[in-house]
Design a protein around this ligand. Structure first.
Ligand code: PLP
Length: 804
């Protein structure tokens, strides 16, 4: 067993006091808990720095290739527990703090949850950063340091209210301000011919400067850097205006720069369609590419060797403009011929697609793009003419050629970012097997014909450090006792649990851990919502972004149907259930916000109805984020993964739940399919239409009205909601939402309802046989080790980046 290369000196208590006095500026008698938190992080950070510098030196000495992960989102969550655990210093730090009368867990709770992302895509980037460090791969993550990240969700009278998240209000002891690593980012202006070449003269220039956060890998093997860009005006203040008394105008350019890094666009899988969003994308892509090129030139001198030393991964199309930016630097600044620049660019860049939803395929109005980035527009035209020439040569027809074009010519002309990313990358990957196949058949079918072999699959994963060891120490301990600790370094070793699945004692111990996690969650639910839940009930959980394709509505309608059933047949042996919901809706997504209100309306009615006798409770836990997920997932019995088949690219929540011993109820969508393959058909509850069947029924005349009218349970539930049973103060509140089910039901809620409800009764049946339930839970834990992001990153490293 390797020991941590970083160790706290025996005088850690003294170190904390020293930091508290000299860096925080507080006497230990006057220090507030937050001062102690800051001193703890700074002390730990000092220890990390040595290993960070060591990692950097080693990379330079090896002359190795680096991975650059460009992502507009990093859903990091808290870092203190993660860093302590990965360095194996948790116990030592807790002891040291105890000497000062402090509880580490209390200090950990003071850390704000860094939510620089919306959902799965951003959390994937965070898991990947941790796995890159754990696998000892030199890597930088590049993104934006949003001053306000994801909004904080408050529930007022059942409605979502969005509040700014002020995660930086007490400063951020993890980060290093690197004002010396700064770049000029231009916007607008014009392109002029100058001695044989062209030169872009932007009419606005903003400075991007780096803020670095160390990312500690498992057992401290390596510390990598998350480099987030912040913006400054070149002239922060116009003194003439200020002195003339116009204080606001004097500070205008600083406000303009600040606006670039102020907010994370809070839409999940739909482009914001705003100029500021395009400016953000270019700002961070340009700063990152300039930084990558500068580092390469500093050590290699020759820009032509860039693909040997740098692998740039684009997390979705948000950084796709990086393709044009790299081309611009190579051609305009380094004087490469266009063809050679294209070769260097495409051998360096790879692209990950995250969604097939047509409304989420990013494109920008051409006039806007051209006004903001005139030189990049020229380069995109040049790339396009090359791509279209290839397409003609390959004998593709006009329809295929217009689908491949980087410019959408239909109606208002737009620049298609996915086509730019696809053309400019040597690898284009999907994030689960089904998603990758659908990419080939649908959105990218023509590009796939032109560039066969570019599309490949890399099924997502999650880091087992955060999503098992740290969030569920109880379960981790039981597993260690059962099979030893090899699984800590290789999650697939969890398979050794399969042989013990029938061991009643192990089943008992795992059930005890689950129960104590449920007790903790029950207390939290009481504190947050006022609802008392029974820890012996089945905890049935759906936590994720609120979106129609994820079908929280299917779950809610089934909840209403179950409520009706319990009231009609109180004599039956109903399994006590707690239905737990959590998730944020994009502020402009009307139906998603209405679904949150519906969940809260249903909860209020059911929770106060004595006739269900506590057999059914419904809770909506506000402000779903990484920290809350870490608390809820270890306490879940049932994981709801019920998206309309063909619409969830992968899902990663599904993996976290199974790893913590919840059974899945789900459709054959995204990574659910691969989870089913791993855990076995008997250990998962699968229902509903397949992706092919969904596609066929949409073409064929799907008539949801007939379906609803032929299912008495569904009809009763939909009518109750529609007629205001859950919204007596506003009976029409859900009329339109329910009419949508009758009229088109794009997401196949009605089509899948009976299968889903039937499957839920099979879940009840199994719950009454706890021995069988526990056995299946063990098979889940045992067989989902493959969904570690270490496995995912190893595949990227070998098959895309060439770094392993
Ligand atoms: C894992 C995770 C997600 C992704 O969940 P899905 O169920 O895959 O959509 C979103 N948000 C948070 C906070 C997460 O931890």
């Amino acid at each position: 067993m390797s020991t941590s290369p970083v160790s706290l000196s025996p005088e850690i208590q003294d170190l904390i006091i020293d930091v508290l006095r000299h860096r925080v500026g507080k006497d230990e008698r006057a220090a507030k808990p937050h001062d102690w938190y800051t001193a703890t992080v700074l002390s730990l950070r000092d220890k990390i720095i040595d290993s960070w510098m060591e990692s950097t030196r080693r990379t330079y000495a090896d002359g190795g290739k680096r991975v650059y992960y460009l992502s507009l989102e990093f859903l990091i969550g808290r870092l203190l527990r993660d860093a302590l655990s990965n360095l194996d210093l948790t116990h030592e730090m807790a002891q040291a703090l105890k000497q000062h009368g402090l509880d580490l867990a209390v200090l950990e709770d003071l850390e704000p949850d860094a939510a620089l992302g919306n959902g799965g895509l951003g959390r994937l980037a965070a898991c990947f950063m941790e796995s890159l460090a754990s696998l000892d791969i030199p890597a930088y993550g590049y993104g934006i340091r949003y001053v306000n990240g994801m909004f904080r969700q408050r529930i007022d009278d059942g409605w979502q209210v969005e509040l700014p998240e002020t995660w930086l209000s007490h400063g951020n002891p993890w980060e290093f301000d690197r004002r010396e690593s700064a770049y000029h980012i231009g916007f607008g202006g014009e392109v002029v011919e100058a001695n044989g070449g062209v030169k872009w003269h932007p009419d606005e220039v903003i400075e991007a400067s780096a803020v670095d956060t160390p990312v500690v890998g498992w057992r401290g093997k390596r510390v990598n850097t998350l480099r987030l860009w912040t913006a400054h005006a070149l002239d922060p203040i116009r003194l003439d205006a200020f002195n003339a008394g116009d204080h606001v105008a004097a500070l205008e350019s600083d406000a303009r720069a600040d606006s670039l890094v102020r907010v994370l666009y809070p839409a999940d899988s739909t482009p914001a369609g705003q100029e500021l969003r395009l400016r953000q994308e270019y700002f961070f892509s340009s700063a990152s590419i300039q930084d990558i090129v500068r580092r390469h030139i500093q050590y290699e001198k020759n820009i032509r060797t860039l693909p040997d030393k740098a692998a740039i991964q684009l997390n979705d199309t948000h950084p796709a403009v990086a393709v044009a930016e790299l081309m611009r630097l190579l051609v305009d600044d380094y004087g490469l011929e266009f063809d050679e620049a294209w070769d260097v660019t495409s051998r360096t860049v790879a692209y990950t697609n995250h969604t097939l939803l047509p409304e989420a395929l990013e494109s920008w109005p051409l006039p806007l793009f051209e006004r903001l980035l005139p030189r990049h527009m020229q380069i995109i035209y040049a790339i396009n003419s090359r791509v279209l020439r290839d397409a003609r040569k390959a004998g593709l027809d006009d329809l295929a050629i217009s689908a491949i074009s980087l410019i959408d010519e239909g109606g208002e002309r737009r620049v298609r970012m996915a086509n730019l990313a696809f053309a400019g990358a040597h690898s284009v990957n999907g994030v689960a097997a089904l998603h990758t196949e659908l990419m080939k058949e649908t959105v990218f079918s023509d590009l796939h014909k032109l560039y066969p072999g570019k599309i490949n699959n890399k099924t997502n994963g999650v880091t087992p450090r955060r999503w098992l060891m740290q969030c569920n120490p109880g379960l981790t301990g039981v597993i260690k006792d059962a099979i030893g600790d090899a699984f800590l370094d290789d999650t697939e070793k969890l398979q050794d649990l399969n042989a013990l699945a029938g061991d009643a004692q192990l089943g008992e111990r795992i059930a005890e851990v689950k129960r104590s996690n449920k007790l903790v969650l029950a207390d939290h639910i009481k504190a947050l919502t006022g609802v008392r839940v029974d820890p012996d009930a089945l905890f049935d959980v759906q936590i994720k972004r609120i979106h129609e394709y994820k079908r929280q509505l299917l779950n809610l309608i089934e909840t209403v149907a179950l409520y009706d059933q319990i009231r009609s047949h109180p004599e039956k042996d109903w399994v006590p259930r707690v239905k737990i919901f959590g998730g944020k809706a994009a502020p402009t997504y009307h139906n998603a916000k209405l679904i949150i209100k519906l969940a809260n309306d249903i909860a209020r009615r059911i929770n106060s109805d004595p006739s269900v006798g506590g057999l059914l409770k419904v809770v909506f836990i506000p402000n779903y984020n990484v920290t809350l997920a870490e608390r809820i997932i270890p306490a879940a019995d049932l994981s709801e993964q019920i998206s309309t088949a063909g619409m969830e690219a992968s899902g990663t929540g599904n993996m976290k739940f199974a790893l913590n011993g919840a059974l899945t109820i789900g459709t054959l969508d995204g990574a659910n399919i691969e989870i089913k393959d791993k855990v076995g058909d008997d250990n998962i509850f699968i229902f509903g239409l397949t992706a092919d069947e969904v596609a066929a029924r949409r073409l064929d005349s799907y008539n949801p009205r007939d379906v609803i009218e032929n299912s008495s349970e569904l009809l009763q539930a939909v009518d109750a909601i529609s007629n205001g049973v859950f919204s007596p103060g506003e009976p029409e509140r859900y009329r339109e939402l329910m009419d949508g089910l009758y009229d088109h039901d794009w997401f196949m809620v009605a089509a899948d309802f009976d299968a889903y409800a039937g499957c839920q009764r099979a879940v009840d049946q199994l719950w009454t046989d706890q021995a069988s339930w526990r056995k299946k839970a063990i098979h889940n834990i045992a067989n989902v080790g493959w969904f570690s992001s270490d496995r995912t990153i190893s595949e990227y490293a070998r098959e895309i980046w060439g770094v392993m």
